[in-house]
Design a protein around this ligand. Structure first.
Ligand SMILES: *Cc1c(COP(=O)(O)O)cnc(C)c1O
Length: 502
């Protein structure tokens, strides 16, 4: 171990004890149990006399048999290997890894919600439906869109819903088009969603300032283009200041504008997508509206549309009638159902609680603090790290390794782990060579930001003295530098019994 792992460094990571832990299959011993029940005092009946053979599971070879304490320790130890927003700063750019107030979890966990069966008749689920209806209304208010459907269960599924609606809109006009314009800074899910819907993605090269180039847009937008998919603020954290001109160019040629709302945290309560000329957009409730996320879900990606696209919204949606709340299930032009029941109800509840607790004042204040924190980091690090797009940015800042004297973005990301921080997003967006994308969010204190900044400066300075210093980082984590290509190409997903451990 080199000096990087001694107490002399900045950052909250300190020496400690980390327990080794095997696979659960390697633990325990035959016959060991969490609890033992008294011997049966009635005649025993064989399961096969009670159930058809198809309902009885074959014994599983090597099935682990553990005591209660072994189970508790196993999972507690594994949980200590995890890094989460509850452990420390998690500045993963574009992901908005804010702290999620526990009260939202508590609310979603109440048995009155978690125990209500999705097949409950509407008259017995009025409370649930009312909350969903109100959430639709809040999201309408925040975005300015005229209608919101809560059903999609991820940002990417919201994008697909949006593409399907744009497709249905052109179809109805007998004006089917084959292309979608996408800035080269777009998140990978954008072209994927457009492709899934049958569109050809046409790349719109960003201008030198990182924003959409109006001249190129004008050249590419034609009558075979269904619309544009843009992100505002974009994935460089910059506000598309020409958004009104952009939407006008697209509309003039009969196209529609999709806005990826994943970066809403930077602008909520400050500006509204509808007023920018956006026709359809999605929210990432699991980013902006406080749901623990990472590791693949669950999430919620509601879609908002203007009047023109309302008939195509996915169903069901919640409606308010004179006799209470009901699910609207039928719609001639609807793109149909995207998810069972009403979407990820637990996530929707968290967003509802979060919006209610922030209120009208708290929502714009949150955006302001997110922008302030990102700009604080940007100002403090710009002497030490190269800033490829130096113009004004909002909720995230993007550096790269250009001036690091041979220390790579990957080295810096891995070195941060030894300091106790989650690495920022790296090598995205693609238009920044070797990007290091930092999004602190509003929930971090100045002290935490300062610790992170000191660690970044120390890594830069030590790296400049010794280029190879971080090649083996991290040294304190359980796994140091896996071969990422091998791990992706030959993942080991199944445990194979290698010994005859009893
Ligand atoms: C996260 C993200 C998405 C995709 O959202 P998921 O919920 O992960 O599917 C799309 N666009 C941007 C800019 C994002 O940051």
């Amino acid at each position: 171990m080199n000096e990087a792992s001694t107490n002399s460094q900045t950052g909250p990571a300190r020496k400690g004890l980390a327990f080794n832990e095997g696979l659960v299959f390697e633990l325990g011993s035959a016959g060991r149990r969490a609890c033992k029940v008294p011997a049966c005092d009635v005649p025993e009946t064989d399961l096969s006399d009670l159930l058809p053979a198809s309902e009885i599971r074959e014994p599983i070879d090597g099935f682990p048999e553990l005591s209660e304490l072994e189970v508790v320790r196993h999972f507690t130890r594994l949980s200590q290997w995890n890094f989460s927003i509850d452990s420390n700063f998690y500045p993963l750019g574009s992901c908005t890894m804010k702290y999620n107030p526990k009260i939202n979890d508590q609310l979603a966990g109440r048995t009155s919600f978690s125990g209500s069966h999705p097949y409950l008749p509407e008259e017995l689920a009025q409370g649930n439906l009312e909350i969903l209806f109100e959430l639709q209304e809040y999201l309408k208010e925040i975005s300015g869109m005229s209608s919101v459907c809560l059903q999609p269960s991820a940002g990417a599924q919201g994008e697909l819903a949006g593409m399907l609606m744009i497709h249905a809109y052109h179809q109805e006009r007998n004006d089917q088009r084959s292309k979608i314009l996408l800035p080269d800074s777009a998140h990978g899910t954008n072209p994927a969603s457009a492709t899934l819907c049958g569109y050809r993605s046409i790349t719109l090269r960003s201008g030198p300032n990182g924003l959409i180039d109006l001249v190129k847009l004008e050249q590419l937008m034609d009558e075979d283009t269904a619309g544009i998919m843009l992100t505002n603020p974009n994935t460089l954290g910059m506000f598309e200041k020409d958004i009104l001109a952009i939407t006008e160019i697209v509309h003039k040629k009969g196209g529609l504008v999709y806005c990826d709302g994943a970066n809403l945290n930077a602008v909520m309560g400050k500006t509204r997508f509808a007023e920018m000329g956006v026709d359809v957009m999605h929210f990432n409730l699991h980013k902006t509206f406080s749901t623990p996320h990472g590791g693949g879900g669950p999430g919620a990606g509601p879609v908002g549309v203007n009047k023109t696209l309302e008939p195509y919204l996915p169903l069901p949606m919640v409606e308010k009638t004179s006799r209470g709340f009901r699910l609207k299930k039928e719609g001639e032009k609807s793109v149909g159902r995207l998810k069972n029941f009403y979407g990820n109800f637990g996530i929707l509840l968290r967003a509802y609680a979060y919006i209610r607790s922030l209120g009208k004042e708290g929502i714009p204040e949150t955006a302001e603090m997110a922008v302030l924190n990102a700009n604080y980091i940007k100002a403090k690090l710009r002497k030490e790290y190269h800033l490829p797009y130096p113009d004004a940015s909002l909720h995230e800042c993007i550096f790269n390794d250009k001036n690091q004297g041979g220390v790579s973005t990957m080295d810096i990301a891995k070195a941060l782990i030894d300091y106790g921080f989650h690495p920022p997003t790296v090598y995205f967006p693609l238009i920044v060579k070797n990007a290091l994308m930092i999004e602190p969010t509003e929930t971090e204190s100045k002290e935490t930001l300062d610790e992170f900044i000191s660690a970044m400066i120390e890594i830069s300075q030590k790296g400049k003295q010794d280029t190879h210093r971080y090649h083996d980082s991290p040294e304190r984590a359980f796994v140091s530098r896996p071969d990422e290509t091998q791990a992706a190409r030959n993942p080991i997903l199944r445990w194979e019994r290698t010994t005859d451990a009893g």
